[in-house]
Design a protein around this ligand. Structure first.
Ligand code: ADP
Ligand code: MG
Length: 402
């Protein structure tokens, strides 16, 4: 039995414990990893993430009354709110209900999704029956694999069916982002939700963060006998929030100096002018975004024209740009990338916001153990905490499981 089937059963068991009887159905959505396109999202650029095999499950059934009740294996007890009260709880300033302690933070994800999905469908809280939802997951929380998008996607898929909201996948993703931004109070983009919900097996999801155009891009890993490994450095993102703010500010500064709404509007041909106009550090921040956007487009092109073996250099160039121009890598991430490449990886790069977290490596399936061993040895040689190496399998997004 796979880990995910266990989480599916955990959700169904929790439902029975909570409500008695069987759920009407179980819906799920995936965690995600990013193949390429880092810090490009808030610059209205391009990203290429993929849904992974770790999933969050929501077992659910309509109630006769108008109460929405959520429970998770993650936290003891159930949290409930009348559906018509969702707008009061979440319609005010961002994260207010969580800050006031009216709604526990974890419950603001599923309840916030209910609120945002109803609003997106133009339905009033009084129009729909209540629902019981029991949630279980095998997506590691806070590990950069977007457990938050997975819980949002699973609940959005369940409510879309049970309430017959008829929302398209992109609308469900938007409802997830709105829940996270406004109900939870976490300012995030829409990449996580799009990749969690819209993923397909052995494919990545191209997202244009300006137009929100999405496209499924075949990876062809299975055909080519390749796997993607995540190398979790176990380094906590200690400077992540300050570093993120600072990088975002640099990008805004760069765009303003260049007279464009966002760095999306700057191309490689503009970089000479940018070098003259900007201070040295801001220039390098801008150059990362400009070249990374191009690398995402080039990766999509190379996958289509030549398959996954052709993207190795783009992954390596992306890492170098994050290390040298955007300066968001740490020695552990550089070590993971160098060790993977030294052991024959086709490409490798840090993934996620930086300052810690994971690298990903594209490797021959037959070389996966050698790459994992090389990373472990390189970390041991330098006295770093042992990394956790595991496969990330590009997988299907939101779906109904039963
Ligand atoms: P991540 O990188 O995993 O998305 P976030 O901080 O964005 O980290 O989201 C993690 C939060 O999402 C958790 O602290 C919790 O509030 C909520 N969450 C994620 N998965 C679950 C779950 N299975 N049950 C309840 N809450 C969850
Ligand atoms: Mg998250």
């Amino acid at each position: 039995m796979t880990a995910s089937q266990t989480a599916l059963q955990d959700a169904a068991h929790l439902f029975t414990e909570l409500v008695g009887g069987e759920p009407e159905g179980v819906w799920s959505s995936a965690g995600r990893a990013n193949l390429i396109g880092e810090h490009t999202d808030y610059n209205e650029g391009f990203v290429l993430p993929f849904a992974i095999q770790y999933r969050t499950y929501a077992a659910a059934r309509l109630r006769r009354d108008g109460v929405l009740r959520v429970a998770s294996t993650f936290a003891p007890g159930a949290v409930e709110l009348p559906v018509p009260a969702l707008a009061d709880a979440f319609g005010g300033s961002a994260g207010a209900a969580v800050a006031a302690g009216t709604v526990p933070e974890w419950a603001a994800y599923p309840l916030g999704v209910a609120w945002a999905a109803l609003a997106a469908a133009g339905r009033a809280g009084t129009d729909v029956p209540g629902v019981d939802i029991a949630i279980a997951s095998d997506v590691p929380v806070g590990a950069g694999l977007s457990s938050s998008a997975a819980i949002e996607g699973s609940v959005a898929a369940a409510l879309n069916d049970l309430w017959r909201l008829d929302l398209a996948p992109l609308d469900l993703a938007k409802a997830g982002r709105r829940a996270e931004n406004e109900a939870v109070g976490a300012p995030t983009g829409i990449m996580d939700q799009v990749s969690s919900i819209m993923g397909r097996a052995d494919a990545a999801t191209f997202l244009d963060c300006r137009s929100l155009e999405t496209r499924s891009v075949d990876l062809g890993l299975e055909r080519e006998g390749l796997v993607l490994l995540a190398i979790d450095t176990k380094v906590e993102h200690a400077h992540a929030s300050g570093g993120y703010r600072d990088r975002r500010a640099a990008c805004e500064r760069g765009a303003a100096a260049l007279g464009v709404p966002s760095l999306r509007d700057v191309g490689a041909a503009d970089l000479d002018r940018a070098r003259d106009l900007l201070d040295e550090v801001t220039f390098r921040r801008v150059r990362h975004i400009v070249t990374e956007n191009q690398r995402v487009l080039d990766t999509v092109g190379a996958l289509g024209a030549s398959g996954p073996r052709a993207i190795g250099e783009l992954l390596v160039a992306s890492h170098a740009s994050m290390r040298d121009d955007f300066e968001i890598s740490v020695p552990e991430l550089d070590t993971a990338v160098e060790a993977a490449l030294g052991a024959g990886a086709i490409g490798a790069r840090m993934t996620g916001g930086g300052f810690g977290g994971s690298a990903i490596a594209l490797v021959e399936a037959s070389a996966a153990d050698a790459v994992a061993d090389a990373a472990a040895r390189a970390f041991a040689d330098r006295g770093y905490t042992a990394p956790h190496v595991f496969a990330v399998v590009p997988s299907e997004g939101a779906r109904r499981d039963s």
